[in-house]
Structure formats: structure tokens, C-alpha cells
Design a binder for this molecule. Structure first.
Ligand code: PHE
Length: 450
């Protein structure tokens, strides 16, 4: 690294206490609503196995190389998104405009936060409902559709949940980043893993034909695949790995310079994929047991699962466990998103971590309240003809993320070429970043137009 670039490297706030802690933190960021809420419903909408196959291909050829690239950019340039890109660009003699990629990632993160925190709030409210039912309080969810409409129509309850989510995230993001994330991952990571395996085991034992679910997820039926599924698979591969938003730039900054980035990235992507597959197994296992249609869209876990929980043995406890696990996964991702936005505010306005985290929490609250207003009908805002929440999800996942992800790929292939070539499978990685990623973007654009 040149001296100019070293001078640019932002003072990283601490470092991971071990490489395992990096894997835990990065997995905490990666595993979230993307795995539990979104993956099952987009698999359901796109007909099962064939989509899973396309998605796994996107993960291997695009997701993993870009994940490696993001971590390396952060390790070289520090935890502030634009500064990190600027440092890596300067060191390679490239234009300083590449810093805009960092700004794009942070802006997209803020957009994601404003709806992600709202859905995390729904998960929390469902968790409260099932915890109450599990101890014999509250009233049974008889009509799960009506229950979900009641929740999404209740602006006050949603703002209350959002307030809890935003202030709890602030409590962790305002601390020295590595320290705050480690503090929560130390217990939430294992607790989440235990709950997930128990739920999967329960589904396998309680389901009349668990292999039907496995077949649905793994046997490809290409006739069910629409062209737009390709764009969806690329966007989701990025979203689920927290790449394209500079999430891994930030966490990579706290990594020591001798760590093998490909090995750690592979561990993170593997954990994320196992969690997604287990979640899909649980969600479809529970849904199929009640004869539900898998193509339910975004309401899948909020409408179909509760119907099944009411009918199954120990359903309330299973429901409480499911929503507790979903909340933990979502919350550690909210923290990751909040940290990206805070770092961007720090570098742009010279704010301290505490002030930047407070501004992020307020921005999440404001953005989230607007989303809640549109969901609950108080202020039915539409964007490009779709309800605000759906529009934000589509714009970030299907447009902004693929664009910023591919820009990161192209940037890394130029700025970090020598370093990447020296890695195990370095040439293949470089090929994916330089050629496959831009081609995929053309593919995504074409699939949108078809
Ligand atoms: N990866 C998270 C999920 O799948 C979302 C996320 C994206 C979190 C970017 C942090 C940064 O839910």
C-alpha cells in the first residue's frame, strides 16, 4: 500500500478478537430476513428446485467472488465505505470517483433499513403473540390472514416495534463496531443455531412426508422458471450475503492482514446457504403439512405458518421459537445495516460514532414510519405503481444491488488484480469478477425486459 493510501485508511474501530469472531459477525450480517422471510417465498413464487439451482449458481459465480472482493477492499481501505474505495483506487492509480460506489452502497443500505426494520418489527410482534400463547395468555390466531391484516393496519403497534428495533440497534452500533457486534453475536449466534436445528428436526419428525419437501427444493422443474427469476436470483444472492451494500467492506476492515479471505468468505457463504435451505425446509414443511400453496408471496411466513402453528402439536411453542429465531437473525442484520450507514455519516459529516449512530437510528425511525404509514393505509404512498414497501424492496434488491455489486466486482478486478491473482483459485476469481459479473448484469437487464 502506498503512503498516500495508508494515510487515507480510516482509523478502524478495533478488530475482531479472532477469525472465528469475524465469521460469526459476517454470518450474523448475512443471515437475516433474506434467509427466513424472503428466500422461502421467492423459491415458492418461482416453482422450487429450478430456482434454487439458479440461485446456487449465482452464489458461486458472483456472490462468493464479490464477497471476497468486498472484504479485501475493507481490509485495505478501512471501515468507511467511500474512503475505503478511495484508498484502494488511489493505491491502484484509478479515479477517485470510485468512492461513489461506497456512497451508493451506504445510500442503498439506508433505503433497505427503512423497510427491513419494519419487517423486523412485525417478527417481534408475532414473537410476542406466540410467547404469550405458549404460556397460556392471549387469544388463538384463528384467522391468520385477518391477524396479519390487523397487524399491518395497526400503525401504532408497528411504530412501537420499530422504536424497539431502532433503539436496540443503536445500543450496539454506537459501540466500537467490532466490540458491539461481538457482544451480541456471542450469545445470539449459538442461540439462533440451536433454535434452527430444533425447528428443522421437529419439521422432519412431524411432517408426514419430509422427502416431498426435499424433492420440492432440490428437483428442478425448469418449466416453472420465468425469465425474471434470473434477476431475482442475482439480487437475492447479493442481498443475502450482505454484498453490494458495503456490509462486508465494513466488517472486512476489522480483519487482520494475514487472514485467508477466501477461506473465511467460503465459511460465511456456506453458513448462509445452509441456513437458507434449512429455513426453506422448515417453512415449506410446515406449509405443506396444511396443504398450503407455496406461491404465497411476502405473506408466506406471516400468514401460512400461523395457520399451521394453530393446527400442530405444541404449535404455540414452535411459533414462539420460529419468530424468536427470525428476530435474532433479522436484528443482527439491522445492526450491520446501521453500522454501514453510521460509517458513511461519519465520513461525510465528520460526526463521531455515537452521533452518527443516533442519526442513523432517527433516519431508520423516520423512514420506517413512512413505510408503516403506507402499509397501514394512513398514508398510502406508492412508488412506480407499487406499494412503498414492495417498491423499496424491488428497487434495492433488483436494481441498486445488482448495479453496485457489479461495480464492486469491476473495481476489484482492476484495483486489486495482483492481490486477487495471488489467492487460491485467483485466476478463476478474477475471471468471475472481470467477465461473469458484467455479463450477469446484462443478463439481469435483459431478463427484466423480457
Ligand atoms: N444479508 C441480510 C439478509 O439476508 C441483509 C443485509 C444486507 C444485512 C446488507 C446487512 C447488509 O437479510
Amino acid at each position: 500500500m502506498t503512503t498516500a493510501a495508508s494515510a487515507l485508511k480510516a482509523p478502524a474501530a478495533g478488530s475482531w478478537s479472532s477469525r472465528l469472531m469475524f465469521v460469526a459477525a459476517a454470518a450474523g450480517s448475512a443471515v437475516g430476513l433474506g434467509n427466513i422471510w424472503k428466500f422461502p417465498y421467492i423459491v415458492g413464487e418461482n416453482g422450487g428446485g429450478a430456482f434454487v439451482l439458479v440461485y446456487l449458481g449465482c452464489l458461486a459465480l458472483l456472490g462468493l467472488p464479490i464477497l471476497i472482493a468486498e472484504i479485501m477492499i475493507g481490509r485495505r481501505g478501512g471501515d468507511r465505505p467511500s474512503t475505503a474505495f478511495l484508498a484502494a483506487a488511489r493505491a491502484a492509480g484509478l479515479s477517485g470517483r470510485w468512492r461513489l460506489v461506497g456512497a451508493l452502497g451506504a445510500t442503498t443500505s439506508l433505503l433497505v433499513l427503512s423497510f427491513y426494520a419494519v419487517i423486523t418489527g412485525w417478527v417481534l410482534l408475532y414473537g410476542f403473540d406466540y410467547a404469550a400463547l405458549a404460556i397460556g395468555q392471549g387469544s388463538e390466531v384463528l384467522d391468520s390472514e385477518a391477524h396479519f391484516s390487523r397487524l399491518t393496519g395497526d400503525a401504532r403497534a408497528q411504530v412501537f416495534a420499530l422504536l424497539i428495533v431502532a433503539s436496540a440497534a443503536f445500543a450496539f452500533s454506537a459501540r466500537n463496531a467490532a466490540g458491539g457486534v461481538e457482544a451480541i453475536m456471542r450469545w445470539m449466534g449459538p442461540a439462533f443455531a440451536v433454535l434452527l436445528f430444533l425447528l428443522a428436526a421437529y419439521t422432519a419428525l412431524a411432517h408426514p412426508a419430509p422427502f416431498d419437501v426435499v424433492r420440492y427444493l432440490l428437483a428442478p422443474d425448469f418449466a416453472a422458471l420465468k425469465p425474471a427469476a434470473f434477476g431475482e436470483a442475482v439480487g437475492h444472492a447479493f442481498f443475502t450475503l450482505s454484498i453490494g451494500l458495503c456490509g462486508m467492506v465494513v466488517y472486512g476492515a476489522y480483519l487482520d492482514s494475514n487472514a485467508s479471505v477466501p477461506t473465511l468468505a467460503l465459511a460465511v457463504a456456506t453458513i448462509d446457504t445452509i441456513v437458507s435451505m434449512l429455513c426453506a425446509f422448515i417453512v415449506f414443511g410446515v406449509a405443506f403439512a396444511t396443504g398450503a400453496d407455496p406461491a404465497q408471496g411476502p405473506g408466506l411466513i406471516f400468514v401460512i405458518l400461523p395457520r399451521a402453528f394453530s393446527a400442530m402439536p405444541f404449535g404455540h411453542v414452535v411459533g414462539a421459537a420460529f419468530f424468536a429465531a427470525a428476530f435474532m437473525a433479522a436484528f443482527t442484520s439491522v445492526i450491520a445495516l446501521a453500522i454501514i450507514v453510521s460509517r458513511a455519516i461519519e465520513e461525510t459529516f465528520g460526526a463521531t460514532t455515537r452521533v452518527a449512530s443516533a442519526i442513523t437510528a432517527l433516519a431508520t425511525l423516520s423512514g420506517g414510519t413512512v413505510v408503516i404509514g403506507s402499509v397501514s393505509g394512513a398514508a398510502p404512498i406508492r412508488l412506480f405503481g407499487a406499494p412503498l414497501l414492495d417498491a423499496l424492496d424491488a428497487i434495492t434488491s433488483s436494481v441498486l444491488l445488482p448495479v453496485s455489486g457489479i461495480l464492486i466486482a469491476v473495481f476489484a478486478a482492476r484495483a486489486l488484480a495482483a492481490e486477487i491473482r495471488g489467492l487460491p483459485f485467483g485466476r478463476a476469481l478474477l475471471f468471475c469478477l472481470r467477465w461473469v459479473a458484467p455479463l450477469a448484469l446484462c443478463g439481469v437487464a435483459a431478463s427484466r425486459l423480457l
